[in-house]
Design a protein around this ligand. Structure first.
Ligand SMILES: [Zn+2]
Length: 203
């Protein structure tokens, strides 16, 4: 039998992430390291914010560039340090969420836009074959490519769908804990809305 037949390709292709994965992965990470859940949930939308540059026809450039991803949140961190210590935690979480987006998009990001128009890509791949034991072959592909016009983005990728299925299974097993988590999330969201409306000029 040919060796090639036993090689499973593209085990870890980090080229395409859907909004669901962008939201879920960093949020789970923050919850796992026991960051204040309330703040982790409130700031989570920042993890998908960069993809809204697609609305301006500059997908993976306008909001994926180092200026919104690093410079602006770092300015907030410095300002918090100097003037508003109470903003520090939020600024650091914002920096984390925004950076996480670009890390998950490493299949192609115009990180130095508008100074460099090309996308940078960095794609580690893990392959394995079963020829004479289990062999792993790790390769890293990187370089630059043209900034492409945005095609149709997959809202739910293969990985996202697999995670969603896993989530449903976990929910089925841990439904009691999940219900409690849902109640907590709803309470956070409700308090947030109440806070917004309290300041709303109704009269
Ligand atoms: Zn993106």
């Amino acid at each position: 039998m040919e060796t090639d037949a036993l090689i499973a390709e593209d085990i870890l292709p980090l080229t395409e992430m859907d909004p669901f994965m962008h939201l879920l992965l960093p949020l789970l990470f923050l919850l796992a390291v026991r960051v204040d859940a309330k703040k982790a949930i409130l700031f989570a939308p920042l993890a998908i914010l960069p993809d809204f540059d697609a609305l301006f026809g500059l997908h993976r450039a306008l909001f994926h560039s180092f200026i919104p991803i690093l410079v602006i949140p770092l300015a907030f961190v410095v300002y918090s340090k100097l003037r508003r210590p109470e903003w520090m935690f939020g600024s650091v979480i914002a920096l984390f969420y925004l950076s996480s987006h670009v890390v998950l998009d490493l299949g192609g990001v115009a990180f130095f836009w508008p100074f460099v128009q090309e996308q940078f890509y960095f794609v580690p791949e893990v392959q394995f074959n079963l020829q004479g034991g289990v062999n792993f072959n790790i390769s890293i592909d990187y370089g630059m490519k043209e900034l492409e016009e945005m095609g149709t983005a997959s809202f739910l990728s293969q990985e996202g769908a697999a995670l969603l299925l896993l989530g449903v299974l976990v929910l089925a097993v841990f439904h009691k804990e999940a219900l409690q988590g849902l109640r907590t999330s709803w309470a956070v969201f409700r308090d947030f809305l109440a806070g917004v409306f309290r300041r709303w000029p109704f009269k």
